[in-house]
Design a binder for this molecule. Structure first.
Ligand code: AP5
Length: 209
């Protein structure tokens, strides 16, 4: 199964991806997570990506397409993949088509998680992540257990200023991939507002799983 999760920053893509992949037996491939790991490791690619990410801008298509191409060649991605945060531009979507066609593979669905802009800032500013387990929390909507509270991190791009820039990038550069995939009959729209369990049920229903 090959699925793409798209939606604005804070739509709940990462939260839902972690819940879905276990049952599906496919890896969760998040370009945001891969870039943050490269920044943390201080690699050349991480240094190139860091500035754009902090400012809430997109990293260049060349860098992103290269890391996704390499990741999709790994053994655990052969039976399927859940892509989170990729593609994010029409050129990235076109490059993914070329990669899949070269292997005679196809996408099963593109899940579009819809959350209005006015809820996004609150979700993003309150997000905290656990660097040891990868778990995602929210200080109000999904409070972390006290025993992990001291080690939680606040992402460098989770400021109000950066999230407004990320939202602008979403509307200008990522939203145009929706008609690209609608023309292929792949888009499943899911309401991302409501408790995470309700949203998971909607995504599963949209995927027929
Ligand atoms: P990336 O890491 O992909 O960030 P994003 O798309 O902005 O999405 P987020 O991770 O912020 O949000 P999410 O939808 O996963 O929400 P989450 O589940 O955490 O990318 C970061 C940066 O990397 C980009 O800005 C760009 O610079 C670069 N980049 C990455 N990919 C790229 C690409 N392909 N091309 C170019 N550049 C790229 O939830 C958010 C919060 O809400 C959490 O606190 C959570 O607990 C809470 N929450 C979740 N669901 C609910 C709910 N149903 N109700 C209430 N609260 C909820």
């Amino acid at each position: 199964m090959r699925i793409i999760l798209i939606g604005p920053p804070g739509a709940g893509k990462g939260t839902q991806a972690k819940r879905l992949v276990d049952g599906f037996g496919i890896p969760h491939v998040s370009t945001g997570d891969m870039l943050r790991a490269a920044v943390k490791a201080g690699t050349a690619m991480g240094r190139l990506a860091d500035e754009a990410m902090r400012a809430g801008k997109l990293v260049s298509d060349d860098i992103i397409v290269g890391i996704v191409r390499d990741r999709l060649k790994e053994p655990d991605a052969q039976a399927g993949v859940l892509l989170d945060g990729f593609p994010r531009t029409v050129p990235q979507a076109e490059a993914l088509d070329v990669m899949l066609e070269a292997e005679d593979l196809a996408l099963d669905a593109v899940v579009l998680m819809e959350v209005p802009d006015d809820l996004i800032v609150e979700r993003i500013v309150g997000r905290r992540s656990d660097p040891e387990t990868g778990a995602i929390y929210h200080l109000v909507f999904d409070p972390p257990p006290p025993e992990v509270a001291d080690r939680l991190v606040h992402r460098a791009d989770d400021t109000e200023e950066a999230v407004r820039s990320r939202l602008a990038a979403y509307h200008a550069q990522t939203a145009p991939i929706v008609p690209f995939y609608e023309a292929k009959g792949l888009v499943k729209r899911v309401d991302g507002v409501g408790a995470p369990d309700e949203v998971t049920a909607r995504v599963r229903a949209a995927l027929g799983r």
